[in-house]
Design a protein around this ligand. Sequence first.
Ligand code: LFR
Length: 471
Amino acid sequence: SAVRAVAAVDLGATSGRVMIGRFDGGMLRLEPVARFPNGPVAGQDGLHWDFSALYGHILDGLRLALEREPALESVGIDSWAVDYGLIRDGALVAEPFHYRDDRTARGVEAVHAVAPFDELYPRNGLQFLPFNTLYQFAADDRLTGSDVALLIPDLVAFLLTGRRGAERTNASTTGLLDVRTGAWDLGLAARLGIPASVLPAIVDPGTHIGDVSGVAATHVGAVLPVIAVGSHDTASAVAAVPLSSPDAAYISCGTWGLVGLELDAPVLSDAARAANFTNEGGVDGRVRFLHNVTGLWLLSETVRAWEDEDGSPVALPELLDAAAAVTGDVPLFDADDPRLAAPGDMPARIGAVLAEAGSPIPATRPGLARTIVESIAQAFADALATAALLTGRELDAVHLVGGGSLNRLLCQATADRSGLPVLAGPVEATALGNVLVQGRAQGWFGPDATLEDLRAVVTASVSLVRYEPRG
Ligand code: LFR
């Protein structure tokens, strides 16, 4: 049978990429086409994304993808969650804010004054994160003058096709989607002064959004269909986790470490609320019951500070090898300390957190890198234990996917600290999940392919690395 192919646009907080995904002989293969940096940009009114630059890279990447694979059947877009662009008269009002911008603190106060967290949790099912979209809306003066608010992947799809919508998995991260009915919670929105008109119609993964048209089609060089995927990157990643049993947990580890289980129904208990576990929407109506652990952000921000200091790049593999060779006591800190959420000066801020707890501050770079990795692994292990407790499951394995799956020190430390075997890979789970949902919409896997069938394709396509817990 002929090779089938689609393009995946996957935007992460530190880099974006365009990939070709090909399905051939029962296996999926990814070909990276373009990779471009991403990160916060300090503007006059706070931290933004350079969305215009990202969009330019996406257009260039799609053009290149079509050159390499003229038979591309469609494109799907995923990105980090919660952030949005405002549209007025068909154009972007301003560069979207970055979720790490601290204006959200104002929004949290304003929202909780009207609807306290205890009331929100059973309604929207979300863990408290100060940047959830509803808090950002509450701190955004431009919202009421705008025609519509579009989450980042929906914004890209709008610019490509002219069609507005809110893809369901990502909409679930706004705090404005009713966790029980799956519809916009317009009662809550009204109480918060959020006009219903800014919330577009919900679109399910697998839906044909529209075709690349107008200037975008000219730039890309073709009228390519755009298919909604699990547009929240974590939803796409979880869709591609080759779960080995119903009691297997996952960690999607990139900038964040998203630690949890896939469930059929949300858990909205007081205990889940107190533990700050979220019930986000997955592909096919599954529930992503998970906790956000600050992941490789701590390491990448640390490395970035050292690179600024040196004026030259730091080699990560060498750093991690040296970190693995560190012996003796490794001091730990709370990876989720909110003081480590903002960009800048990470080694000093981690040092301050350690010092405050009376812990020694590692004197060498490998020493600090080891402390960071072990602290992340400990936070992973804690979240895994909490997930098991809250769902009454006895976990038998942990699938670690995403960039973190290449970090052997992190994988082994997670196995050791959780007492569970860690199955590492695939590294590009997000792009694979993006491709799988498009491929299903294109009929690659037959008319009735379930999420389990899609995961079986992942199992057939990648090999996992197993880390056993050491006593
Ligand atoms: C991971 C992620 C998380 C979300 C955070 C902010 O890339 O999408 O799931 O909580 O970024 O959007």
